[in-house]
Design a protein around this ligand. Sequence first.
Ligand code: P6P
Length: 325
Amino acid sequence: MTTRTLREYLADPKGDGNPAPRELASLIEAMSDSCRTISYLVSRGALADVLGSAGTGNVQGEEQKQLDVLANDELMAMAKSTGVVAAAASEEEDDARAITPGAPYLLLFDPLDGSSNIEVNVSIGTIFSILPAKAGENAFLQSGRNQAAAGYCVYGPQTTLVLTLGQGVAAFTMDPPTGQFVQTGANIRIPEKTKEFAINMSNMRHWADPVRAYIDECLAGDAGPRAKNFNMRWIASMVADVHRVLTRGGVFMYPWDKREPGKPGKLRLMYEANPMSLLVEQAGGRSFDGTQQILDIQPTGLHQRVSVMLGSKEEVERLEALHSA
Ligand code: P6P
């Protein structure tokens, strides 16, 4: 693969000579600049005295880490600076913010997903979703299939931006000496078959029957109905777990469970499940909520939660079959 910067990629994402829409390209470049800034803050950790609690809570009722707030402020300032964001919504704020009236895009983000891992130096990340701007108070409530672009930046051993404009999935790794995002992945494909599942096993007794049946099949290994042994991973950082699935296959699950039966799941639809589902589908995988494909969900609330089962096509299809049995 010829080495291209993010800007060069956006000038010809499909390789057919057609550039990404100018305003979309400028928003994605600005997002990458913010990810570089957040990556630096994350990498300094205790040295920058940014670990620990901010002493505040968010709309989710979760304690905010200082880095959550700093990342959120960085992204909101970026949204305003671009001039192409009509309004922005964040996991960290109750309501969407009006930014630039008449601008073409809506920006949604989880500024620092997995923040419970911050103090223990485990990979975390920023997740973002870009929708076409619409008039009216429910402008954000568009299905995931409407996304103009989606992506995440994982802050791990490398800082890597993974992006889709709806024309395949590309990856860009930040080169520390220059801070430049250089393309390191093109037309990323998730292997249809896998031997790796990711779920928080401590919740097993609370799962719905089809989820329990699927995991039991995996645990039965080569003596069971799947006739192969499985491995398990759980980083408890969605960005890191999904990055692994995009990189080598697997299935990532945070399904509904009986602990809070009125809640559809833990993860949020608009700025976690939808962007991740677009990436996964664009890479040949599937993303299911127990009833339908996640990208087909018609949202009813900015912070609504959803049950998530996504990754390798064969595994998600097995889960779909068990849910319709
Ligand atoms: P648990 C991080 O807080 C997060 O929202 C996701 O990134 C992650 O997959 C999940 O929660 C982990 O949840 O219950 O295993 O701590």
